[in-house]
Write a new protein. Structure first.
Length: 262
């Protein structure tokens, strides 16, 4: 379980997080939603241990996140970011193998042969035919699958997603989220996902926090968040809420002339 309690974070004179609090249970697919500048990515940096909060508590399985060493944390938690792929021209297989770094010694060596694990990941993500291709030769969707393969090789219990579908077309968005959802169920992972697309979040997340100006103004299931008045207050536009005809989950429809942003 992850417990976030009264977290505060400022950069110089600007307060980015203001006493935000919520909890994430083991096995949740937990969405972090909110408009630009609401503090979503900063929150993810604090959870992953990249940055430290100014005040408040962040407990992972009852232990403050800052008490974990970097290697300990990386063995239980992985972050998926497309821009985190190396700039140097590595092959697909080499990048996926980089996910094993938490288990390697200072010489980059690991006990046992992890080739079978890497082969399994490449097959699962349909990357086997691309294993010897360089990253520069890949499309955006293929690169994102490579980034996912790298964190899968890390074998985490917690997966943090920072806008994983950004820059992907709708086909690749659904493909990426379906792969992550299947992996979550198979390995009983806990997922925390920063998402811009509210409809996508409603389809895949069982619980969410909606952020505004560094505060978590509501935590709940999709039906608790996807409410017209609440979306209007946070995003400055009044949507129409409908029920998905297949999944029976709330979805938003935007309308012309519905903006209240000044």
């Amino acid at each position: 379980m992850l417990v976030v309690h009264d977290l505060c974070k400022s950069y110089q004179e600007t307060k980015v997080l203001d006493r935000i609090g919520f909890s994430v249970d083991d096995g949740d697919f937990f969405g972090v939603l909110g408009p630009n500048g609401s503090g979503k990515s900063t929150l993810l940096k604090l959870i992953s241990g990249v940055e430290k909060a100014d005040s408040g508590q962040l407990l992972l399985n009852g232990t403050p996140v800052e008490n974990y060493s970097r290697k300990q944390l990386s063995r239980s938690m992985a972050v998926l970011q497309q821009e985190a792929l190396p700039v140097v021209n590595f092959t697909v297989q080499e990048v996926v193998e980089m996910g094993r770094y938490p288990y390697q010694n200072w010489m980059g060596e690991e006990k046992g042969n992890q080739g079978q694990l890497v082969d399994s990941i490449l097959h699962k993500l349909d990357l086997n035919r691309l294993r010897d291709r360089s990253l520069q030769e890949l499309s955006g969707g293929e690169r994102q699958r490579v980034a996912l393969g790298k964190v899968m090789a890390q074998q985490p219990r917690w997966l943090l997603l920072d806008e994983p579908t950004t820059y992907l077309d709708i086909g690749y968005q659904i493909q990426m989220m379906d792969i992550i959802k299947a992996w979550q169920k198979e390995e009983k992972l806990t997922v925390i996902a920063v998402l811009h697309d509210l409809n996508l979040a409603s389809l895949y997340c069982n619980r969410m926090v909606l952020m505004q100006d560094g505060n978590g103004i509501r935590v709940g299931a999709p039906k608790d968040i996807m409410q017209s008045e609440l979306i209007q207050r946070v995003y400055g536009t009044k949507p129409i809420i409908v029920e998905h005809p297949v999944h029976l989950l709330p979805q938003i429809m935007l309308q012309q002339g519905g903006s209240f942003v000044e």
